[in-house]
Design a protein around this ligand. Structure first.
Ligand code: NAD
Ligand code: UGA
Length: 463
């Protein structure tokens, strides 16, 4: 029997876009996305589709097409579980902030809650799909809970990790490099895999749908993120060496990237990687390796994070040093707060940590980001717990005009590579700044020659 009804628990950055695309591509399947966060669900259901809670180019059109037809957003988790043949778990799996594994292991409490809720509610056989990124062997824990507390119904657990990147979620989902599905090697496991393959085959070519055992699938997701992040830390490590030697990191990246064995992607030196997953997933990998006693493996991957922290810190330190060793009372303009362009997501954004270091030196920070709200910026700083909310509110201002943000500033720091930053009237910005007017380009985004011609003192990364 074909899958007719899908439920997805978790209407976040993965659950929302992933299910929207499944619904668009499979009009015969009813897709219900549920979440316990009523505000988030209300935003997904907002009459004005531009108000959906996640900004991704192209997403609102897809939601507009499918919503109300075969795509539904609801807070009624029980009902959606009961109805569905296939249940995706797409809840958050943050780094643990307490107890054993604090600061490294993945916190699986939300996953376990989902498993227990499914076990309690399900009255018919279900295929449960791990969409969240999980430590290898989590499927055993989910199966244990389902088999021991369930109503005697049969469950198959599949692993189907998501590889989309934010900012390009729609093209990544519509034309994925691959879809990975892991399942049991038993006949029932193979049947469950075949049903999920059938869903994706509505738009993904068969040769791009890869099937493996559950453990390979779970571990491949952590491995993919570790490899991607490792490339960024590797090029960032070289950026520091470039600054000492007169080499230009962009030229080095181009030269090595043309070797087809290395490839050109993910070699952009930056102020450091951010986002909700790279750090969390590597820390989780480190924890898993440590728990198997694999010290060298754990240390190897931990270095990727150590390098990234160093890159963020040295960006802030360089600003302070260049501004004559004091930023106290000086206005520093931040262009960008999101962790990358084309997203409103700020989780683990380098901007947060650079701001924190500058605020510790009593700088005044003015932020402009085309998609991030002031309340989110204040929330991110509050989460750090470095100073009171009142202090943050005095020291950090947010405006929706880039020209106001830069007015009277001693320096501009580019934290996100938004395309629109390239199109500004940089002469006008320069004219209204304190002199010398510094630009610290954490994304190597702007045209150095043009800025220097205007009069800016420009510093990029790795140059
Ligand atoms: P998110 O925080 O945006 O969304 C998770 C949602 O799950 C939240 O809205 C939360 O309210 C909801 N939720 C949690 N527990 C629930 C429960 N018991 N019942 C109902 N709803 C519940 O997270 P995300 O960014 O979508 O990430 C989800 C998973 O996907 C994580 O494991 C992450 O590592 C992985 N992932 C994320 C990305 C990405 O780009 N963000 C990409 C690939 C994989
Ligand atoms: C990343 C992966 O690319 C996805 O495949 C994966 O599904 C996802 O994590 C996840 O598991 O959450 P994402 O974090 O959304 O996606 O965005 P990336 O494009 O990977 O960028 C991550 C960070 O690295 C950003 O801060 C970005 O600016 C930085 N980066 C990326 C660089 O500094 N240099 C580069 O060359 C590439």
């Amino acid at each position: 029997m074909k899958i007719k009804k899908i439920c997805c628990i978790g209407a976040g950055y993965v659950g929302g876009p992933t299910m929207a695309v499944i619904a668009q591509k499979c009009p015969d399947i009813k897709v219900t996305v549920v979440d316990m966060n009523a505000n988030r669900i209300a935003a997904w259901n907002d009459e004005n589709v531009e108000n959906i809670p996640i900004y991704e180019p192209g997403l609102s059109d897809i939601v507009a097409e499918a919503r109300g037809r075969n795509l539904f957003f609801s807070t009624n988790v029980d009902q959606a579980i009961e109805e569905a043949d296939m249940i995706f778990i797409s809840v958050n799996t943050p780094t643990k902030t307490y107890g054993v594994g604090k600061g490294k292991a993945a916190d699986l409490k939300y996953i376990e809650l989902c498993a227990r809720q499914i076990a309690r509610v399900a009255k018919t056989d279900k295929i449960v799909v791990e969409k969240s990124t999980l430590p290898v062997r989590t499927a055993t824990a989910i199966k244990d809970i389902l088999d021991h507390t369930g109503n005697g119904v049969k469950f198959q657990i599949l692993s189907n990790p998501e590889f989309l990147a934010e900012g390009t979620a729609v093209p990544d989902l519509v034309a994925p490099d691959r879809v990975l599905i892991g399942g049991d090697t038993t006949p029932e496991g193979k049947e469950a895999i075949a049903k999920l393959v059938e869903v994706y085959a509505n738009w993904v070519p068969q040769e791009r749908i890869l099937t493996t055992n559950v453990w390979s699938s779970e571990l491949s997701k952590l491995t993919a993120n570790a490899f991607l992040a490792q490339r960024v830390s590797s090029i960032n490590a070289m950026s520091e060496l470039c600054e000492k030697t007169g080499a230009d990191v962009n030229e080095v990246a181009r030269a090595i990237g043309m070797d087809t064995r290395i490839g050109s992607k993910f070699l952009k030196a930056s102020v450091g990687f951010g986002g909700s997953c790279f750090q969390k997933d590597i820390l989780n990998l480190v924890y898993i390796a440590q728990s198997y006693g694999l010290k060298e493996v754990a240390d190897y991957w931990e270095q990727v994070i150590i390098m990234n922290d160093h890159q963020k810190r040295r960006f802030a330190t360089n600003i302070i040093k260049t501004l004559y060793n004091t930023v106290s009372g000086k206005k520093i303009a931040f262009l960008g707060w999101a962790f990358k362009k084309d997203t409103n997501d700020t989780r683990e954004s380098a901007a947060i940590y650079v701001a924190d270091d500058l605020l510790a030196e009593q700088a005044n920070i003015a932020v402009y980001d085309p998609k991030v709200k002031a309340s989110q910026i204040q929330f991110d700083l509050k989460e750090l717990g470095s100073r009171t909310d009142a202090e943050n509110e005095v020291l950090v201002t947010v405006t929706d005009s880039v020209y106001d943000t830069c007015k009277e500033a001693h320096a501009i720091a580019i934290l996100t590579e938004w395309d629109e930053f390239k199109t500004y009237d940089w002469q006008r910005i320069y004219d209204n700044m304190q002199k010398p007017a510094f630009v610290f380009d954490g994304r190597n985004l702007l045209d150095r020659e043009a800025l220097e011609k205007i009069g800016f003192v420009y510093q990029g990364i790795g140059k």
